[in-house]
Design a protein. Structure first.
Length: 276
């Protein structure tokens, strides 16, 4: 067993063999969002609700670990790429830190964001391939957040799902250890997505949901189809009660409770003040 295998095991629950990750890299792209203004409190809630790791940029990890040493016990994944909404091409993600810095921080893994179907896809694919090689060399698990850009979708929902399956295939063939993709609009293509490559597929949360029950049930469908976990940010940290949502997702992923039961857990948890 090599060091990468040991680190991957830390990112998956020992019993369920699934992963629940909290990405909080959104501030670089979108600015100071609600829920990301008090990082130590948010990460403390992530620990209390059973997340395997938090995905963040280096400054966030420095902040969390320097503010409260108790938070050092959380596993972290360093996010390597960024863009801002003020730039000429938000979809063009570029590397903003190194694997060497990830090792100095002592994180458990690294992540990179790659968009398909956009102008700068070739540059991002080249960077992804090189990072996969470096991650293999240094023994760090690499998660790729693979997006099929909405502007490039056809009107055929089935085709959209096939494009997501293609994204999973690209991630696996270039050497990523895990891939995060969105839930398809057409759930019939879920088996094709999950079998596109022998790599753990994690499901993103998507845009902020108006119906939490329907949203949790769609996540349940993804897990039932073979997804190895969830990687959800804004639907957690922008929720009025991130801890309750985390507990609901934990029940969904690790206990394999139904979407309706997860919703009951969310609704039944005492509402806490929103951290800002």
């Amino acid at each position: 067993m090599n060091c990468k295998t040991l680190r991957i095991h830390r990112l998956f629950h020992p019993s369920s063999k699934r992963s629940l990750l909290l990405p909080i890299d959104h501030g670089t792209t979108m600015g100071p969002l609600t829920g990301l203004l008090n990082i130590p409190d948010l990460i403390r809630q992530a620990k209390d609700s059973g997340y395997q790791a938090v995905i963040a940029h280096k400054g966030i990890i420095h902040w969390a670990m320097s503010e409260n040493q108790d938070l050092a016990g959380m596993d972290y994944i360093l996010h390597l790429s960024a863009s801002t909404s003020m730039g000429p091409d938000t979809a063009f993600k570029q590397q903003v830190t190194s694997i060497e810095h990830a090792l100095r921080l002592g994180v458990t893994g690294i992540s990179v964001h790659t968009n398909l179907g956009v102008l700068h896809e070739p540059e991002m694919l080249k960077e992804l391939g090189e990072l996969c090689d470096q991650a293999y060399h240094w023994g760090l698990p690499l998660l790729v957040m693979m997006n099929v850009t909405k502007a490039e979708r056809t009107t055929n929902l089935l085709d959209h799902g096939k494009r997501i399956a293609h994204a999973v295939r690209v991630a696996g063939e270039l050497g990523a250890d895990m891939v995060k993709v969105e839930c398809p609009d057409h759930l019939e293509v879920l088996p094709e997505i999950m079998s596109a490559f022998k790599i753990p597929v994690l499901i993103a949360g998507g845009i902020k949901s108006s119906s939490k029950l329907d949203w949790l049930q769609s996540l349940d469908d993804c897990l039932e189809a073979g997804a190895k976990g969830l990687c959800i940010g804004r639907n957690v940290f922008e929720d009025e009660n991130p801890l309750a949502m985390g507990l609901a997702l934990n029940a969904l992923v690790h206990e394999r409770q139904s979407g309706s039961k997860a919703y009951e857990i969310y609704r039944g948890h005492q509402v806490l003040p929103l951290f800002n």
